[in-house]
Design a protein around this ligand. Structure first.
Ligand code: ZN
Length: 72
């Protein structure tokens, strides 16, 4: 099961991006800007976990490593 992280800082469009830190991603944020989301079956599980933890944030999958969860 892969491990996911979320970027503490939003993208220019306001989305906080979820990345797969097990497979790695060229767009992983700096370590100090990563918040660990734990292990999930897939990015959908990681995104829904993050949405529960930060209900007031816009959360989106990374286009490059979590394309199935990328919506905007
Ligand atoms: Zn990514």
């Amino acid at each position: 099961m892969p491990n996911f992280i979320i970027n503490k800082n939003p993208q220019s469009n306001g989305d906080h991006e979820v990345h797969n830190s097990t497979t790695g991603c060229s767009y992983l944020p700096q370590l100090e800007n990563q918040i660990d989301l734990g292990w999930h079956n897939d990015c959908a599980g990681a995104v829904s976990h993050a949405k529960k933890a930060w209900p007031n944030h816009r959360i989106n999958g990374c286009y490059y490593c979590s394309y199935n969860c990328h919506t905007s």
